[in-house]
Design a protein around this ligand. Structure first.
Ligand SMILES: *Cc1c(COP(=O)(O)O)cnc(C)c1O
Length: 241
């Protein structure tokens, strides 16, 4: 194993320990939880090393940034997630590059993705990103608009709605984020009933709070820093542009 891969493997082992303990507290099985490794701002070599360490799901938050890495990644058999805010005018490129778009938050965007997936002759998995914090941000559908969005997206022939995603506010004390995760889990049940389709995926929890997310039902967690160390400060970005 390369040195980079063994560092990541050691971090991954610690994360798996944390997952196992959180799952046990919640009476869940650790295998129910998938790690989506967040590689934004990191070069393609880091993704190759992470793959060598055993990771198979990767999250990027900018279309253009990921586009620049893909030529180095063609030999990998991985699932590529877009986790950052996506502008409709980049939907076609996103549908081409990613297996799943975890940040669908408007009907206009879903329409563009469906058309783009049709043109690519593929089924594109999506999550609906829900905005729960009340803070003004540009990403996420408001809770009140979620059911209608889910109903519409469920009718698109080239999109498969797998579940919900959220990015809660940051708290120094992770415990304070619990109500947001609990809320997303409740919404998942409600929306699944409403559209009469299972929504198996709940994507929630980052490096510092994923244990709480797991206790509240997360099936996918999105650690970045815990796997790869701190990102360059200038480029923390939450935007897919
Ligand atoms: C950056 C990012 C993460 C990873 O955050 P860490 O604190 O580094 O684990 C997870 N999810 C989204 C949507 C992100 O933008």
């Amino acid at each position: 194993m390369t040195e980079a891969a063994s560092t990541i493997a050691a971090n991954l082992a610690q994360i798996r320990e944390r997952i196992a303990r959180a799952a046990q507290r919640a009476g869940r099985r650790a295998e129910e939880i998938t790690i989506v490794a967040v590689t934004k701002t990191h070069p393609a070599e880091t993704i190759l090393a992470a793959y060598e360490a055993g990771l198979r799901h990767f999250g990027e938050n900018r279309v253009q940034e990921f586009e620049g890495k893909t030529s180095a990644l063609t030999s990998l058999s991985a699932t590529w997630h877009l986790i950052g805010h996506l502008q409709s005018n980049k939907a076609a490129r996103a549908a081409r590059l990613f297996n799943r778009v975890d940040s669908v938050d408007s009907l206009a965007l879903a329409q563009r993705l469906d058309a783009a997936a049709a043109a690519e002759n593929k089924q594109l998995g999506v999550l609906l990103e829900v905005h729960l914090s009340g803070e003004a941000t540009k990403s996420g559908v408001a809770e009140a608009e979620l059911p209608a969005l889910a109903e519409s997206v469920a009718t698109f022939p080239h999109l498969q709605v797998h579940g919900l995603m959220t990015i809660p506010p940051f708290f120094d004390r992770p415990e304070e984020v619990r109500p947001f995760f609990r809320k997303l889990a409740e919404l998942r049940e409600k929306v699944a009933r409403r559209i009469a389709k299972p929504l198996p995926i709940l994507s929630m929890g980052m490096s510092h709070d994923f244990e709480i997310a797991i206790e509240e039902g997360a099936t996918e967690i999105r650690p970045g820093t815990a796997l790869f160390g701190a990102r360059p400060v200038a480029n923390l970005g939450g935007d897919a542009t």
